[in-house]
Structure formats: structure tokens, C-alpha cells
Write a protein that binds this ligand. Sequence first.
Ligand SMILES: [Zn+2]
Length: 261
Amino acid sequence: MEKISSKNRGYGAEMTVVTYCQNRKESDDRSKFRILLSFGQHGRELITTELALRLLSILSEEEFLPNMDRAALNKTLNKLVIKVVPMENWNGRKLVEAGELCERRNGRGVDLNRNWSVDWGKKEKDYDPYEENPGTAPFSEPETQIMRKLSVSFEPHVWVNVHSGMEALFMPYDHKNITPVGLPSKMMTSMLEVMNHFHLKDHCIIGSGGGSVGLVLNHIKILSTLILLFIWGEFSFVETKKKRISNLTFLNSFCSVSTDY
Ligand SMILES: [Zn+2]
């Protein structure tokens, strides 16, 4: 487990990164398949961080998934290095916990999912200047700087950026309504279809984020790696300022949905 911090113009951010690797050797970071899982980019999406903690609890064998063959799972896990960022937006989360229940931005009002360089500052038809404040420049925010550094040094084969608010499995692109052409894109689509069918009861929308969500996804152009975005959750609404946020409010629904995921 490591803590990474960064500062910019008097504003600091800190992130905890947990690395999972069985019998870790130095060479594993290059030879094994690398997965980056990030949660809690938006402060109000509390449930995503809970999912991260459940996942870590399962990986550390503190708890076990029902109907899961642990030996088979371990065989797969042995081939992986997984880096988990349970809470990308710690400062935003603090605001939510202090009562700003609908806050999605970071501690100084920037949407971290609009602070990346691809199409930075572009205003879509449904652009909301409050919700989607992109910051003063691409990568102006310490949280985005930390995630960029982490992704560049780790070079993940797969990056799963977990959000809540709808049931969807999104893939690039996010700045247009199409998915990339070619075999990798077809493979990603079919992988998402299989996951949706066998684990998520065909509840999820699959396809490109289509310009309205997750510009982080487009970082794929820079990293040349595969990046997925899962918008996650079942709806249960907390109504504040006529906005709604999605978090599971009952333990049993949380357990069943997080087990599926
Ligand atoms: Zn989100």
C-alpha cells in the first residue's frame, strides 16, 4: 500500500494505492498482466469505494465469494498485478460526508473526469458548467496528475474506472458516439457482452460513452492500452437540490450487486 500526494497552486491531494500481486517479484510488474482499478472519482458516488473495499477484502481472503472456486481464482490471480485506487477524489468525498451530498467535483470545484487533455474544455450540448468544470487547464488538478503518473508508470493492459449512477459497461470512445474500429474493439465488445450476460443479468448498456461521460477513457490514445469504464449501480435516489445520486442504501442490495460485479 502506498500513499501518493501532489500539490498545485496551494491545493493538495492524496491518494492511497493498493498493489495486489501473489509472491511478488520485481520483474512481475513487467511480465504479468496489469490491471488498474480506480474508484471514487466523483465524490458523491460513495458506493464505488465500498465496492473497492469489498474487492480488496476478497483478494486478501478476508471474505470469499459464494460459489467461487478459490483454487481456480488463485490460478488466474497469480498471472496478474492489480493496482487499486479505492478513492481517487478524497477531498470531494470529504465535502459529501460534510453534507454536500450531490458534490461530484474535487475539493476546489473541478470535475476530475473533465480535466484530462482529450477534448479538454469542449462543451457538449448538455454541458453543465457547475458539474463539469474542467479546471484552468488540462491536468491542472493534483488528483488528475497523480492518476496520469500512475497510469504512465504502471502501463495497465486494462483500466477499469468505476462510477455509479446507471447500469452500463462503457468502452472508448467517449467524445463521439462510435467505438474504435478493428479487432481489439470487437474483442472488448464481446467481452463486455459475455460479462453482462453471465454476471449482470443483461441489465447493462454496452458501447461507447458517447461524449457525455468519462473523458478519461480517451486517454487510451496516449497510453495505447485498453481502458474500460464501468458505470455501476442500481438506482436508489437521494434527492437534494433536484439532483439525484445513485447509491445503494440497503445492505442486502449492496451485497448482491457487489457480488455480481
Ligand atoms: Zn461518476
